[in-house]
Design a protein around this ligand. Structure first.
Ligand code: GLV
Ligand code: MG
Length: 340
């Protein structure tokens, strides 16, 4: 399955040109809701939870203790078979352990052989380069053939090492199975030797100080976004390859305002969704990663004012042209997808 060209190998340059070629349906994936599958009580809630989220993910990697890895894998397979994921449209994903861990081979083989017909996406953590994707691609192809699956299982890479970050474009292009990439701010912070114990979000010490005032009055100090560069680079890599970028986890479950702000920054920069680690974060993701109704109204006015997408129009004193028509289309298309 490996190929070096993006799945969307051409983009519409002119009006009337076809939409980018996609061999997969475009899905709404505003929140990837993480579930620890070894816990019976949590697993029992999955059928109720499934209709409320875009994606449920059975987590086998970090946060699952080493002595619960087998139970988590068995729980993930049970989860796959306790809901009609394919029929009802909620995505069913699993985050497996890293390729060089003692669990990867069993995670992937059991998931594909016993639950492959329900599994949409395998999330691959700590991806360092395209070679990791190539290896997993061939391994999954063997298992899919053995299981007689006809629908390909897709891959989602987590960007959480400096090495992976440096090769993000190659990772995004590594296989037609690539569905998207998430930022993994905790592992990435550790690997980069960033001095923070937080999982995503801002840091009170990461600031810029205003220049000194002539009158000696106190200088304002403004907190900056620690993740701006990383998210922007990840978004460029993903969109170049025709796949989606995702923010990842926001660890302070008690700070809903900060979570919302981080998710919104990611949305504005181009991300399609984020992880929800707690039910509290589901509604935040749903709200933030759906377009704002006023923006949608304005976007639709732009599309109506320029039916063929060319020329120039003035709306509320703001100039519109072919480029703003494309911006409006991004928002209107997302609104249609959310409404579908
Ligand atoms: C997620 O896996 C992270 O490391 O932030
Ligand atoms: Mg991680």
């Amino acid at each position: 399955m490996s190929q070096k060209t993006p799945r969307n190998f051409f983009k519409p340059l002119a009006i009337g040109a076809p939409e980018p070629m996609r061999d997969l349906p475009v899905k709404i994936e505003r929140m990837i809701h993480f579930v620890p599958p070894h816990l019976d009580k949590v697993r029992a809630k999955v059928p109720d939870m499934a209709p409320k989220v875009d994606v449920i993910l059975a987590n086998l990697e970090d946060a699952i203790p080493a002595d619960a890895k087998d139970a988590a894998r068995a729980g993930a397979i049970e989860m796959a078979n306790m809901y009609d994921w394919q029929g009802k449209g909620t995505g069913f994903w699993s985050r497996v352990n890293p390729l060089n861990s003692p669990w990867f081979q069993d995670d992937v083989s059991e998931l594909v052989l016993k639950a492959g017909h329900q599994l949409d996406v395998i999330m691959l953590p700590k991806v360092e380069g395209p070679w990791d994707i190539h290896f997993a691609d061939q391994y999954v192809a063997q298992l899919e053939a053995k299981a007689g699956l006809t629908r390909p299982i897709l891959f989602h890479a987590i960007l959480e090492t400096a090495q992976g970050m440096s090769l993000v474009e190659e990772i995004a292009l590594a296989s037609p199975r690539m569905q998207g990439i998430s930022l993994g701010p905790a592992d990435l912070a550790a690997d980069r030797k960033m001095k923070t114990t937080r999982v995503g979000g801002g840091h009170p010490f990461y600031r810029v100080l205003e220049d000194p005032h002539a009158d000696g009055s106190e200088r304002a100090s403004v907190q900056q976004d620690l993740w701006h560069y990383t998210i922007a680079r990840m978004v460029d890599a993903c969109r170049m390859a025709g796949i989606n970028a995702f923010y990842g986890p926001f660890g302070d479950i008690s700070d809903l305002d900060a979570c919302e702000q981080q998710f919104r920054n990611a949305f504005l920069l181009g991300c399609a969704g984020a992880w929800s680690l707690h039910p509290n974060q589901i509604d935040i993701a749903k709200r933030v990663f759906s377009p704002d109704p006023d923006e949608v109204k304005f976007a639709r006015r732009i599309l109506e004012a320029m039916p063929d997408g060319t020329g120039v129009a003035m709306l509320d004193g703001k100039m519109q042209d072919d480029a703003t028509w494309k911006q409006a289309k991004v928002i209107a298309d997302l609104a249609d997808l959310v409404a579908a």
